[in-house]
Design a binder for this molecule. Structure first.
Ligand SMILES: C[S@@+](CC[C@H](N)C(=O)[O-])C[C@H]1O[C@@H](n2cnc3c(N)ncnc32)[C@H](O)[C@@H]1O
Length: 240
C-alpha cells in the first residue's frame, strides 16, 4: 500500500510538528476555544443548538477536547484525505450530538452548497487547509461560504498568511529558513518533508489582500490571534 506509506510518513511529519508545538497549535487551540465559547455564550437562549462544519478537519488531535465540551447541535468533519476521517472519529469519541464524516474537497463542498442554497451553517471552521488553494480559489471560497453561513453565524479561519506586501517566494524562503534553523526536534527527513511540501503546495494569502477580498464578499474580518512568526494566525469572520 504505497499510498498508505506515503500518508503515514507525511502525516507523521505533521504530527511531530504539532507535538512539538512548532506552529503554535496550543495557542491556536486556546484562541479557537475563546472565539467559539464567546460566540456560543452570546446566542439567545432560545436559539437552536449550533451546527458546525470543519473544512479540512484532519485527525482532530487538537480540537477534539474542545468539541467534546461544546454544546453543539451537530458536527461535520470534511477532509480530502480519507485516511484521517476514522482517526478524527476515534479522537472525538462519543458526543451527545450527531456527527457526519465526509471525504471531499472543501472548495467543491462550498460551491455545491452555495448552488443549492439549503442548509445554512452556524459555525464554519477551517485550520491550516485553505492555504493550499490559489488566490482566486480562495476568493471563490469566501464568496460561496458567505452564501452558506447562517445570519449571525461565525467562520473561524486558522491558517498561515503572508505578511503585508510579502511575495510567495519571500515567504517560502523565510519559512524554510525558520524550519532549517529552529525545528531541531524533527528528524532531518521530517524537516525536508515539511520544507518540500511548503515549497510545492503552500499558497498563503497576503494579509491585506485577503482581508479586502473577504470584505468584498460580504464578510466582516477580525484578526483574533497572530503567532510569533508573522505566518500563523486566526481570523474571525462574520456576515457583514
Ligand atoms: C495541515 S492539516 C490540518 C488538519 C487540522 N485542521 C489541524 O488543524 O490539525 C490540513 C488538512 O486539510 C486537508 N485538506 C487540504 N486541502 C483540502 C481540500 N481542498 N479540501 C478538503 N481538505 C483538504 C488535508 O487532507 C489535511 O487533513
Amino acid at each position: 500500500m504505497p499510498n498508505m506509506d506515503l500518508f503515514s510518513q507525511q502525516w507523521g511529519s505533521y504530527r511531530a510538528v504539532v507535538a512539538h508545538d512548532l506552529m503554535e497549535h496550543q495557542a491556536v487551540a486556546t484562541a479557537t476555544a475563546t472565539a467559539l465559547e464567546t460566540w456560543l455564550a452570546s446566542r439567545p437562549e432560545e436559539a437552536e443548538a449550533a451546527a458546525m462544519v470543519d473544512l479540512g478537519c484532519g485527525d482532530l488531535a487538537l480540537l477534539a477536547p474542545l468539541l467534546r465540551r461544546l454544546p453543539l447541535g451537530a458536527y461535520t468533519g470534511l477532509d480530502l484525505t480519507a485516511q484521517v476521517l476514522p482517526l478524527a472519529q476515534q479522537a472525538l469519541g462519543e458526543v451527545p450530538y450527531p456527527c457526519r464524516w465526509i471525504e471531499g474537497d472543501l472548495l467543491a463542498w462550498a460551491s455545491q452548497a452555495a448552488g443549492n442554497g439549503d442548509g445554512q451553517v452556524d459555525i464554519l471552521h477551517s485550520a491550516f487547509a485553505i492555504h493550499h488553494l490559489s488566490d482566486s480559489e480562495k476568493h471563490t471560497l469566501l464568496e460561496n461560504l458567505r452564501s452558506r453561513i447562517a445570519p449571525g453565524g461565525l467562520f473561524i479561519w486558522v491558517d498561515v498568511f503572508r505578511d503585508h506586501g510579502e511575495s510567495r517566494e519571500a515567504y517560502v524562503q523565510r519559512y524554510q529558513q525558520r524550519i532549517a534553523a529552529g525545528w531541531m526536534q524533527l528528524t532531518p527527513q521530517q524537516r525536508e518533508h515539511v520544507s518540500q511540501h511548503l515549497k510545492g503546495y503552500d499558497h498563503p494569502a497576503e494579509r491585506t489582500a485577503i482581508e479586502a477580498a473577504a470584505e468584498a464578499a460580504g464578510w466582516h474580518w477580525r484578526w483574533a490571534w497572530s503567532g510569533a512568526h508573522r505566518a500563523e494566525a486566526m481570523a474571525v469572520l462574520t456576515p457583514a
